[in-house]
Design a protein around this ligand. Structure first.
Ligand SMILES: [Zn+2]
Length: 72
């Protein structure tokens, strides 16, 4: 997954590993693969068990969260 593009601005996304979350729609614990766009500072994610899905915007993340994570 090297050339994921930001659905918002077409910038290059940084994939930030995996994050285990409780998925509300089916009450399952599933990993998300968070992606962050340094160009427009928006966060996106996809469920790890649905690799063919389009990226969804992650609106629950506090501002700057992924910026800090990407710096490490
Ligand atoms: Zn972007």
């Amino acid at each position: 997954m090297t050339d994921e593009r930001c659905p918002g601005c077409d910038g290059e996304l940084r994939m930030l590993g995996f994050l285990l979350c409780l998925r509300a729609e089916d009450q399952k614990r599933v990993c998300r693969t968070p992606a962050w766009c340094p160009r427009c500072d928006r966060a996106w994610f996809r469920w790890a068990d649905r690799p063919d899905d389009a990226l969804e915007e992650d609106t629950a993340v506090p501002p700057g969260f992924y910026r800090r994570m990407a710096r490490r």
